[in-house]
Design a protein around this ligand. Structure first.
Ligand code: PNS
Length: 165
């Protein structure tokens, strides 16, 4: 059985992430979507909220589970006995840092392989940061995020719903 980890900060999950989950679920026997901390980003959603959102969107995928971990991705892979890390690549701008992380993870444990999936061109412009920016100014994010998590994101980010009165 081939088990792969799809890690990310998912702050919040977008249609781009869902596309990778969907495609990975067709390639691997088991996919673990793992919420990890990105020390370079200040999170908007708590770990629990992110897990909750991801759990809602993976309901149609019986071979996908959601988990969270505080620590190194490579330690988590070892803990779960997974030898594959899946990363989504949207643009050349993603490449440099992803390449650095993949090589670092290989240095830490050469048994674990990082595999990249090219984004679907429909979603290549979407990022969690863009979703947060649009929503925080009251813009429409319906086409950017899965419908199951739309309300939760709006509640947290839109100006009128986050402030009383
Ligand atoms: O969705 P993101 O923010 O691009 O995901 C990045 C993430 C969370 C996968 C990355 O920051 C990570 O692996 N964090 C765990 C800590 C770790 O292992 N750091 C070393 C990576 S070289």
């Amino acid at each position: 059985m081939v088990c792969a980890i799809y890690p990310g900060s998912f702050d919040p999950v977008t249609n781009g992430h869902l596309d990778i989950i969907d495609r990975a679920s067709k390639v691997f026997d088991h996919v673990i979507v793992a919420v990890l901390e990105n020390p370079r980003k200040i999170p908007t959603f708590s770990m629990e909220e992110k897990v909750q959102m991801l759990k809602k969107i993976v309901v149609p995928y019986p071979n996908v589970e959601v988990d969270s971990y505080r620590g190194l991705l490579i330690d988590y892979a070892q803990k779960r006995g997974a030898r594959i890390i899946i990363k989504g690549l949207r643009a050349i701008s993603d490449f440099e840092f992803e390449f650095q992380m993949a090589l670092t993870n290989r240095q830490l444990n050469c048994e674990v392989e990082t595999m990249f999936m090219m984004t679907n061109n429909m979603y290549s412009f979407i990022s969690s940061g863009i979703v947060k920016e649009v929503a925080s100014y009251g813009g429409e994010i319906k086409t950017l995020v899965p419908p199951q998590v739309y309300d939760m994101i709006i509640k947290k980010l839109t100006p009128s719903s986050s402030k009383p009165g």
